[in-house]
Design a protein around this ligand. Structure first.
Ligand code: CP
Ligand code: NVA
Length: 315
């Protein structure tokens, strides 16, 4: 598997090795100073980004390589003049790896299939695997373990971050409770639910979907939420979604339902006062900026692993 398109395609052992490598990179960044020398990452974007764009670019710079930002809106592909397949074939002749943020998940799948170099999914409408790797790294740092933990996710269930969390948790054997409105438009995609359930049977993970946010959060070790208006959601839906998701806001009252030691995570960007209040995101249990920083370290580890074939150090 040369790519990271979906976290479900990676074994638990491979994910854990990558987390170990990221911890090593974070502690000893100097060791990897030249690891990407003469290497180029092409970064394709169809949607906005702060963290993904800047952390991948900084990761390449800090390891002696180079990253090219390419706005797909001004590409032949974005203008309907070239196929995804040919774009992949051409980029593979120039670059050592491709990272892409696209609307359609099928486009990343096609990009990876026709690329001769590793392709990293930097978010599609359906999945956001690099985010979940950074989240797992943050949980591991804060809790010292992953096994036996319960992660509560509340808010928009039909969401790329929710989907990748479900698949990651199912791979690694954590527990997850999702609190979201009981309607198809807001619940996780049934195909992802089935896939996660299959993986969970093998790993011993448990994933429940409930309509009550308080039930989802009760006794959780990690409370997670995401924007109610993902990049691809049309503005016309805003008023309806705000009203529908309001009972799922992460505020102090909801956080009290979690364990005392629970941490709060959010992939960011956050809309304060909507999915999370200031007191929670700026409060002592919030780990959101460590989580954002960990994108940098996990991306370095990913590039080292996929491009330079670096194995994780022995534990
Ligand atoms: N969390 C995340 O992917 O942020 P960006 O959209 O800023 O890249
Ligand atoms: N679900 C969000 C994640 C942003 C990082 C979105 O797709 O916009």
């Amino acid at each position: 598997m040369k790519d990271l398109v979906s976290i479900a395609q990676w074994s638990a052992a491979r994910i854990r090795r990558l987390l170990d490598l990221a911890l090593d990179v974070k502690r000893h960044s100097g060791r990897y100073r030249d690891a990407m020398r003469d290497r180029t990452l092409v970064m394709l974007f169809e949607k906005p980004s702060l963290r993904t764009r800047v952390s991948f670019e900084a990761a390449m710079t800090q390891m002696g390589g180079h990253a090219i930002y390419y706005d797909l809106g001004s590409s032949p592909l974005g203008r309907g003049k070239e196929s995804v397949e040919d774009t992949a074939r051409v980029l593979s002749r120039y670059a050592d790896a491709i990272m892409a943020r696209m609307f359609r998940h099928a486009d990343i799948v096609a990009l990876a299939r026709h690329s001769g170099v590793p392709v990293i999914n930097g978010l599609t409408n359906d999945e956001h695997p690099t985010q979940i790797l950074a989240d797992l790294l943050t949980i591991l740092e804060r809790k010292g373990r992953l096994d036996g933990l319960t992660l509560a996710y509340v808010g928009d269930g039909l969401n790329n971050v929710t989907h990748s969390l479900m698949l990651g948790v199912a791979r690694l054997g954590l527990h997850m409770r999702i609190g979201c409105p009981d309607e198809a438009a807001y619940r996780p995609d049934p195909a992802v639910v089935r896939r996660a359930a299959r993986l969970a049977r093998a790993s011993g993970a448990r994933i429940d979907i409930v309509a009550d946010a308080r039930e989802a959060v009760r006794g959780a070790d990690v409370v997670y939420t995401d924007s109610w208006m993902s990049y691809h959601i049309p503005e016309e839906q805003k008023a309806e979604r705000m009203a529908r998701f309001l009972p799922y806001q992460v505020n102090s009252a909801l956080m009290r339902r979690a364990r005392r030691s629970a941490i709060f995570l959010h992939c960011l960007p956050a809309v304060r006062g909507c999915e999370v209040t200031d007191e929670v995101i700026d409060g002592p249990r919030s780990a959101v900026f460590d989580e954002a920083e960990n994108r940098l370290h996990i991306h370095k580890a990913l590039l080292l692993h996929l491009v330079a074939g670096v194995p994780a150090p022995r534990a």
